[in-house]
Design a protein around this ligand. Structure first.
Ligand SMILES: Nc1ncnc2c1ncn2[C@@H]1O[C@H](COP(=O)(O)OP(=O)(O)OP(=O)(O)O)[C@@H](O)[C@H]1O
Ligand SMILES: [Mg+2]
Length: 251
């Protein structure tokens, strides 16, 4: 449902994304892991036109989109069928929880006010936030704010949701709650592409892992294949480094 071919991006003379190719199937949860600076965020942002790329073709819902061409119709097509969940939630702090979720439905989906608020309530219920409709984001924990951000994304009923490190601003005990919500979304047939540093979280939610290093996709595979039978030495080295750095893991 989302296939990327020959995606390249440079900042100045620095080649950041190096001829990336991958394919995401419908209803699959794909997780991108890799060292800091490997280009994970840049990739995710490029797929939603938050970054301009040098070249690359996106096949999205049977439509072929040239990411290297700035085309307003393509941008609005991609954005209308995808949603983005950011590391730092990006909620409007001066708006209540329910307004944060309803706003996109009114502006982007052109729902009337009644429909938008009904849909927003349903989405907030799905993430366990229906008791906080009138709260302001700053009165909520990081985990709760992230749940509102996820509700805002799912309310739009996108074909794919991109997440950039959805758990990294949360304290560890809240990570598993957000992981459970994401797991629940995948059980409800939502296609997701998630960047994370947290291997435990990746293992919980992923159908497929994409390992990136230095702007390249080194290896992709199922959770089993990557974590227990990685073919590439670079993948093994990255994982052993993480295991070593985190004493909770036993190899
Ligand atoms: N606006 C920018 N201008 C110039 N270089 C940039 C810019 N944004 C990112 N880069 C560079 O692109 C490379 C990839 O950055 P990116 O943020 O995508 O990495 P990442 O894998 O998401 O890292 P992290 O795990 O730390 O979030 C890095 O070398 C970074 O310095
Ligand atoms: Mg990043």
């Amino acid at each position: 449902m989302l296939q990327i071919n020959n995606l390249n991006k440079s900042y100045g003379n620095k080649h950041i994304l190096k001829n990336l190719n991958f394919n995401i199937l419908k209803n699959e949860t794909n997780v991108i892991i890799g060292p800091s600076g490997s280009g994970k965020t840049t990739l995710l942002r490029s797929l939603n036109y938050l970054e301009r790329v040098d070249s690359g073709i996106m096949h999205f819902n049977k439509k072929n989109i040239d990411l290297g061409q700035y085309n307003k119709a393509d941008i609005s097509y991609v954005r209308s069928k995808s949603a983005f969940v950011f590391q730092n939630f990006n909620l409007f702090l001066n708006k209540k929880v329910i307004d944060n979720v309803a706003l996109g439905l009114i502006l982007n989906k052109k729902l009337n006010k009644q429909q938008a608020y009904d849909e927003a309530k349903k989405a907030l219920d799905k993430v366990g936030m229906k008791d906080h409709l009138d709260a302001y984001p700053m009165s909520l924990s990081g985990g709760q704010q992230q749940r509102v951000a996820i509700a805002r994304a799912i309310a739009l009923k996108p074909d794919v949701i991109f997440f950039d490190e959805p758990t990294s601003a949360l304290d560890p005990k809240r990570v598993s709650y957000v992981a459970a919500i994401i797991k629940d979304l995948s059980a409800n047939s939502i296609t997701m592409l998630i960047v994370t540093h947290e291997i435990d979280f990746a293992k919980k939610v992923a159908d497929k892992i994409i390992f990136m290093e230095d702007g390249e996709i080194v290896e992709t595979g199922t959770t089993e294949q990557i974590f227990y039978e990685a073919k590439e030495i670079k993948t093994r080295q990255f994982l052993s480094h993480i295991y070593y750095a985190n004493s909770d893991y036993v190899i």
